[in-house]
Each structure stands twice: as structure tokens, then as C-alpha cells.
Write a protein that binds this ligand. Sequence first.
Ligand SMILES: Nc1ncnc2c1ncn2[C@@H]1O[C@H](COP(=O)(O)OP(=O)(O)O)[C@@H](O)[C@H]1O
Ligand SMILES: [Mg+2]
Length: 467
Amino acid sequence: MSDSEQRQLHVPYREYNSHNSTNSVTLIETDALVDLSVTPSNNVSLSNGDSVAVLPEVEFAPTLSIDQPLIIDSPAMDRENQPLLGRLELDVTFNRFPDDPQFSDLVWQAECAIDNGINPQRIYQGSSGSYFIKNLTGKIIGVFKPKDEEPYGRLNPKWTKWMHKLCCPCCFGRSCLIPNQGYLSEAGASLVDRKLGLGVVPNTRVIKLVSKTFNYVRIDREKARMKQAILDQFPAVASHFNRIGLPPKIGSFQLFVDGYKDADYWLRRWESDPPPPHLANQFQLQFERLVVLDYIIRNTDRGNDNWLIKYSSNSNKNGTEGEVKIAAIDNGLAFPFKHPDSWRAYPYHWAWLSQAKLPFSESTRELVLPQLSDQNFVQDLCDDLYQLFKQDKGFDRHHYDKQMSVMRGQILNLQQALKDTKSPVQLVQMPAVIVEKAKGNGAPRLFSFSDTFTQRFQNKSPFFSWC
Ligand SMILES: Nc1ncnc2c1ncn2[C@@H]1O[C@H](COP(=O)(O)OP(=O)(O)O)[C@@H](O)[C@H]1O
Ligand SMILES: [Mg+2]
């Protein structure tokens, strides 16, 4: 193959036909010969006077059926009101949640703000690249954690984590967790919270965002600069790129909750100045919901810095005398595929609090027990998590099954503890159980009523913990 032949490739590409009468653009897929050779006419002058040869990237579009031409910029889609950063490179349906218009609107506000130069701001505490996301007025509305900036993600900005991984992989990281899927764990915790009606996890879902303040490799930034050069030179061609020109990042987006402080802050204050009994009782009920959540998802990272408390003892305008609320944040290290065993235990830090010594209340038992005792509910929960987890590029069905075996085991223990009116301390002392689907019925379906499950106890217990 000659050099020039190598540059000519058969690729399907989208042809953009403008229909002035309808003011819409139809995409038609054709198989065309695209010339990838660089010609002098593609040269673009940069601001520093240099001239570089550039070409718009040829992006492969998913196959479209001839009967279903994809209409973009149709008046029905109201694209004029959609943020520019979403055009073409960002799937416009990805960040929309038909079952949750409020959340869709929140993401929409974030997109508009970024489009108008109000960029996400990195949170400096913590071990990963997490960002505060603002709205058009500059108010923080959410926390975004991109997958590729997680502690062991490829673009984690906190390089010490990388050193941990390289130098001493057995001492750091959590061998019971699937690496680099923290964003799914964040959204999964929110799903469990919603499904059970616990109301302690700020709404969290998986979205895609792009911003120049995220961490990108140099080549992506160079490409973005190229695209900017094209934008300046050939506005018509450049309209095919998103305005920022950087690749969108997939990650978890969590609603930012106002007026909350780290749990440690209030727990210490209450040592010397305890809340009045009715608020202490309110806190106890919220606390039990946190316990239920953490136990089911087998959270391995619930330090007192990873849950927040909002507390006020003053009467508010509704006439209620103060309020106390818990927000369970930072749920990225949950859903293990096996119970922590021989190295570190990852205990639940709330187990040392005095509230953990009290038996579960009637109110929590009434809320949770009927749901957890219903096998259809549990199966539904597993199916919903499957839909969520399977969107990761590295999704592995075998690992997912193991994650669900651990979760089912946790649910079994929790159910028993609630029936026996045990306390959270007694709950965490129960031997770890794994509930597996009995082998042999190997149907590809997620669940059938003939599925049988077997339970077994974990015999290895942790011999060391420094948490
Ligand atoms: N949903 C939220 N609402 C309010 N503050 C939050 C929220 N999520 C995180 N924060 C704040 O950001 C800090 C870091 O967030 P966290 O989720 O713990 O990130 P990391 O994974 O880096 O530890 C928290 O200690 C808290 O102060
Ligand atoms: Mg944290």
C-alpha cells in the first residue's frame, strides 16, 4: 500500500443536508471515501504566528437505520435552548432523566454555567479529582467526580495515590472492590437510598460533563487548541465540535446540600452541649437509616468525614422546633465483590458512637423490614443496579454477580437483626454471609422464579485493621 493509499480509508460518514424550508438538518449515512491526506489548504495560523496543518477529526457515528434519519436542530428538540457544549460530541439524551425532571434541570443548570465560563472548581481535600459544580449565579449546586480522576483513575490529579499503587499495591487500595468504578458506587448508593425511601443520600446519578478545569492529558488539550484554531478560521466546520473541544467525562453528579457540616463537628459539639430530647430522637432515626444504607452497600469508607449533619435547635418558620438531618456523601467505595478478609476490615466508624448501641427503632423496622423481606423487591434492586453498573466499559457480569451475592448476604443479616430488634453494634458483629445463586440453572436471564439461592458464611475474618 502506498503512502497516499494508506490515507484513503472507507468510512461511513454522516452527510448533513440543510433543508431551508423546514429549518432542520437531516443526517444521512453513506459509505464514502474520505481523504485523510493533509493538504496545504488545511493550514491554520496560530496566534503566535506559527502555521499548523489541521484536520477535523473524523468521528464514527453509530449506524443509523435508513428509515430513521436522525434529525438534529429540529424545532421539536428546542435545540436553541440546549447548551452548546452538548452539540454533537455529547449525547444529548445522556444527561436527561425522564423519571427525575428536577435532577435533569440541575444538570442542565450545570451545563449552562460551564457553557458561560462558570467552571467547576476542584475540591482540594480528599484523594480524588472531585469538583464543585456551580449554576449561572455562581452558587454551588453539585459535586462531580469523573471516573478517570478517581483515586486509581488514569487522570487522578493527586499523584501520591499513583505512587501508592505502584510501590505497594497490597497495602493500599481495597482489594475487595472493583477498581475505578467509584462513580457507579456513588450512583448505586443513591439508587439503594431512593428505592428503600431512606432519604439520607443526596440524589446522585451518572452524567457526562466537559470543562477546561478538569484534568486532561496534554494531547486532549492540544486537540482542543486545534479545534479552537479551526473555530476562529472556519466557523462553519467548527460548528461540528463542542465549543470547549475537550472530550466529555463520565462521572457521578451529586446534589450539593446546603447548611451541613462534617459529622465530627456536631458529634463533638454535642458532647458538651447535647441536643434536646426530641432532636436527639430525630437524629437517632436518621442515624439508623445511615446504618441501613452502609450495611446494605457494605460501605468500606464511612469515616466521620464522609457523612454530614445539618443541625439547628431554633424554631423555624413552620413552627417546628429545630431540625437535624444526615447526608451520606462520598459513597464511592462500596459494593465490594467479596467481604473484606485477611488484610483490612474497613469497619463502619459509626459503630463506635453511643447511638449504635440502641436497638433499631420501630419506625426504621416498619420502613425497611417489609421491603427487605420481599424477594421481588430485592431482585428489583439487583436488576436496577445491573442497569446502572453495566454502562461501565469494564463491566463484568461475573463480578457483578459476586457484588450482588455480598449485598444479598448483607440484606439477609440486616433482615434478621431488624426482626430480632438488635442494635447496629450487634448487627456489625454478625458473621458475614454470601448469598449466591445456586449453580446449574445457568439461564442468561437476570432472574427467574425458579432461581434458588444458597448462603454461606465467610470463614476468614480480618486479622488487622488500622482504621
Ligand atoms: N453533596 C455534598 N453536599 C455538600 N458538601 C459536599 C457534598 N459532597 C462533598 N461535599 C464536601 O466536599 C468534601 C469532599 O467530598 P468527598 O465526597 O468526601 O470527596 P473525596 O472523595 O475527595 O473524599 C466533603 O468533606 C464535603 O465537605
Ligand atoms: Mg471524603
